[in-house]
Design a protein around this ligand. Structure first.
Ligand code: CMP
Length: 143
């Protein structure tokens, strides 16, 4: 497996529940390194642009509304097979289908407010990281 980077967003529902630390701890315990991190309250343009791929889906407007309802914590995670590892730690998109012990099973109740986002493939990870972080905001580990 290769070292990858993936974009992770801790969504407004999880930030509001004060479980940011719990969620980041799961990434770290899962072998992923945080190499960039920021908190932001997204504008409608930012959230709409980030989820542009879902523009035609019936849930798009609600998704943008939700993602702008409060601050989010955005991070770049790095590690062996980081994209799949992050998705394994998050669990299924719909918390009702998420395996026990995953972030969504433990911290989310509905598909609309599902605690976390993670990139789904190398190309999307690259584009999503670039959407939120410039190259000099990503800090490769030196020790
Ligand atoms: P996320 O991984 O951030 O990608 C798109 C988001 O749309 C998804 O998580 C869900 O929170 C949200 N969403 C709402 N309804 C649906 C649905 N029916 N199918 C997929 N995603 C949905």
């Amino acid at each position: 497996m290769t070292i990858e980077r993936t974009l992770s967003i801790i969504k407004p529902d999880a930030v509001a529940k004060n479980v940011v630390g719990d969620i980041i701890s799961r990434f770290e315990k899962g072998g992923l390194n945080v190499v960039a991190l920021k908190m932001a309250h997204l504008s409608k343009d930012q959230a709409g642009g980030f989820y542009e791929v879902h523009k035609e889906r019936p849930f798009y407007n609600d998704l943008v509304e939700f993602m702008t309802s409060g601050p989010v914590v955005i991070q770049v995670l790095e590690g062996e097979g980081a994209i799949a590892k992050n998705r394994e730690l998050m669990g299924a998109t719909n918390p009702a289908d998420a395996a026990a012990g995953t972030i969504r099973a433990d911290f989310a109740k509905t598909v609309d407010e599902n605690a976390v986002h993670g990139s789904d493939a190398p190309e999307t990870a690259k584009a999503e990281i670039a959407f939120f972080f410039s190259d000099d905001e990503v800090c490769p580990r030196t020790r």
